[in-house]
Design a protein around this ligand. Structure first.
Ligand SMILES: Cc1cc2nc3c(=O)[nH]c(=O)nc-3n(C[C@H](O)[C@H](O)[C@H](O)COP(=O)(O)OP(=O)(O)OC[C@H]3O[C@@H](n4cnc5c(N)ncnc54)[C@H](O)[C@@H]3O)c2cc1C
Length: 489
């Protein structure tokens, strides 16, 4: 499938002009048509339904290759391949799949996923959009915010409350075709980045769909939505990798040609430190994406691994794009160079599909609750190499600290977000070390060594800091409580 990725990379280089897309705040419809003709809306869809039937890593490779040239297009196709189609792929029955998958594969219908509402962002339990059962139909009323692809989507997978199906507090995932009466598409949002990606409010006004458009088990919509989001996070991490690859390439090239003090700036030790950090971060991001993809193909749960990949790659991409700006000096601040756009485009990835703090707090709580998650971090044979043994030492500390906190705080630990964040970050760094160890078992590389050293240092520092955190949290509480009386003049 390398051939497909290369083809996509070639197409993206020839046809995608990221600055023009950013300025126009839309992707030219002819590009969407070409993407459809290339079959790129069928990445995730089985061949039997007209798609390419790619494995998870292959989908990620294609999205990363697109993101190297333009993040709006990568977001459009990635959302379709991830969040957009996976409700149907994971939970649809044969009839539902036969009805919609061929049109989704051909790009005749582009897919959207609508969960967020004005009162339900990070806390999706606040969803108010409601589906009432009337005979054999569901009648839906509500409003969904920030719907990616919504401007041109042909099929919306929507998270709704379904009080009549599966209990009073039940939720459902329903499919709503765009042409259904009562579907009203709001205006496009104007954004900091991924400006070519469509983002709208979706109004649902007495929308009637057959009951047969409910996906999966009655009452299990929230559970299903979380499974879909795990896949979406994986694809998004791949997009972040593509952006970081591009930023690294630009930074390196600039470092070779820009001469100051009679020397290329890339030869200066301070610049080498930036470039080496960026390159090893990209290497680690790639390992993290490959790790989730491999787990998914092995039939494992990707709830935790996809959180790690999403948070790590979104932060990594922002770090790499920011250093790219710095190494470009003033040119890094000038839009025409395309350098600022990379940072603007990836900023949102720390917010959508789960704000990073929210994901990390949830991960920290999960670590306290489940010993099994600690066993996922490092490969089983980690103790067979010196690098693995170094990681195991930090791993043992994390296990110990987690158990001690659980014992000391019990259920109150859930309120100590500072502690949860530290545990989650230590876990994240170790999990990425684990991914690197798995992939470089026989052939450690300099990039891998550098990345592992940085990640272990970071994980140790999270754990070293734990004893201070309660005091720090108290101080922070006093400061933030006093902010209200210190309003700006
Ligand atoms: C460009 C774009 C495209 C999007 N596309 C889609 C889409 O296609 N479909 C869709 O359903 N949604 C989409 N979203 C919405 C996105 O998923 C939400 O913005 C995201 O889940 C965060 O919700 P919120 O914006 O309401 O932030 P809030 O929930 O208001 O959170 C704001 C901040 O508060 C803090 N916070 C909140 N809760 C906690 C907590 N429990 N612990 C600690 N800190 C906390 C965090 O710092 C967080 O960043 C999109 C958003 C954008 C910007």
């Amino acid at each position: 499938m390398d051939e497909l990725t290369e083809g996509v990379r070639r197409f993206a280089r020839e046809r995608l002009d990221a600055l023009a897309i950013d300025a126009a705040e839309q992707i030219d419809p002819s590009v969407l048509t070409e993407l459809a003709e290339l079959g790129l809306f069928g990445l995730s869809i089985p061949e039997a339904h007209g798609g390419l039937g790619l494995r998870t890593l292959e989908i990620c490779d294609v999205i990363a290759a697109m993101a190297e040239e333009d993040r709006s297009v990568a977001t459009t196709v990635g959302l379709h391949a991830g969040l957009g189609t996976h409700g149907l792929l994971l939970f649809g029955n044969d009839e539902q799949k036969a009805r919609f998958l061929p049109e989704l594969a051909s790009g005749e219908r582009i897919a959207s996923f609508a969960a967020t509402e004005p009162t339900a962002g990070s806390d999706l339990n606040g969803v108010r959009t409601i589906a009432r059962l009337e005979g054999d139909e569901l009648v839906i009323d509500g409003e969904k915010s920030y719907v990616t692809n919504g401007g041109f989507a042909g099929l919306f997978t929507v998270l709704v409350k379904t009080p009549g199906l599966g209990g009073r507090r039940a939720h459902g995932l329903v499919m709503i075709p765009r042409e259904t009466p009562g579907v009203v598409i709001g205006a496009e949002e104007h954004k900091l980045g991924i400006r070519g990606s469509s983002t709208i409010t979706l109004h649902l006004e007495g929308v009637r769909i057959p009951r047969g458009y409910l996906l999966g088990e009655e009452g299990q919509g929230m559970h299903h939505a979380h499974a879909v989001l795990a896949l979406g996070r994986t694809v998004m991490a791949a997009g972040c990798l593509g952006t970081a690859v591009k930023a690294l390439a630009l930074a390196y090239a600039h470092g070779q040609t820009r001469v100051q003090f009679r020397k290329p700036i890339g030869d200066m030790e301070a610049s080498r430190a930036h470039l080496a950090h960026m390159a090893s971060l990209v290497h680690a991001m790639r390992a993290s994406v490959a790790d989730v993809a491999a787990r998914r193909e092995a039939g494992e749960s990707i709830e935790t691994a996809s959180t790690v990949a999403k948070v790590f790659c979104s932060e990594g991409a922002f770090d790499v794009t920011d250093r790219n700006i710095q190494l470009h000096g003033a040119l890094g601040f000038i839009e025409e160079t395309g350098v600022p756009l990379l940072a603007r485009d990836c900023r949102v990835t720390r917010i959508f599909e789960g704000a990073n703090d929210v994901l990390l707090v949830r991960l920290g709580a999960a670590l306290l609750a489940s010993k099994a998650l600690h066993d996922e971090r490092l490969p089983r044979d980690a103790d067979s190499t010196p690098a693995g043994r170094a990681a195991l030492e930090v791993d043992a500390r994390l296990r110990h600290e987690t158990a001690a906190l659980g014992k000391r705080l019990g259920v109150r630990a859930i309120e100590r977000q500072r502690l949860l964040l530290a545990l989650a970050r230590a876990h994240m760094n170790l999990a990425v070390v684990g991914a690197l160890l798995s992939q470089e078992a026989n052939e450690p590389t300099d990039l891998g060594r550098h990345a592992r050293a940085e990640l272990l240092t970071e994980a140790r520092s999270q754990l070293d800091n734990l004893p201070r955190l309660e005091e720090v949290a108290g101080l922070e509480r006093r400061i933030t409580d006093s902010l209200g009386s210190a309003a700006p003049a």
